[in-house]
Design a binder for this molecule. Sequence first.
Ligand code: DC
Length: 234
Amino acid sequence: MDVQSSHRINIAIDGPAGAGKSTVARLVANALQYIYVDTGAMYRAVTMIALERGLSSDNEREIGRLANELEIELLPGEGGQRVLVDGADVTGRLRTLDVNRNVSAIAAIEAVRKRMADLQRKMAAAKGVVMDGRDIGTHVLPDAELKVFLTASPRERAERRFRELGDNPGITLDQLELDIAERDRKDQEREFAPLVQAPDARFVDSTGWSIDQVAEQIVEWGRAAARTISAGEK
Ligand code: DC
């Protein structure tokens, strides 16, 4: 049975920075003709605007208010997902070192997480969504029909992020690995909705796997989950 004629499900892909979640999630969404939602980009957008406005990450009240006021939209685009904040395309400004270094602190603010989770649940309400992040399977979409926890070794994750930074990375690979380890620690230790594997998530260590192999595996699981649900409804 073709996935189109079967039930549409939601797929949650969680894991630490640089595990390849966004590339994999995009491929899975394309294969299933689902909508891809990059939740990290939403936290990055809040962080970028907070930095631009000179707000310090410990100013929780103002940043919480900012997160509630900003209109964040995710749109499918030619070269990947576009992120609009109050109607302006900010996609190219979300992956700077400055944003990388501040995003975990801002993503730890409860008011910011509540607002982002509300927006994310609305995006997933009609099903047929592949959403990647840190707390999707545990907190945002605990009823997602397929949950995957995707990781890779810290070195491999640093190498992937290093390539993303382009010709003038402005940082060494070793330093980037340390930054990633620090971000993992903050994401795992935060009080509200930390990065943790959901008990019912499938664990994938992609070290040594190609992105395509990982995506194919998840598509297969997704199709199987959709078939099982469709069969149960008949
Ligand atoms: O996936 P990413 O590296 O673009 O995410 C950026 C940061 O946002 C990451 O350090 C943790 C935070 N984040 C989060 O706390 N919860 C999510 N669902 C997604 C990202």
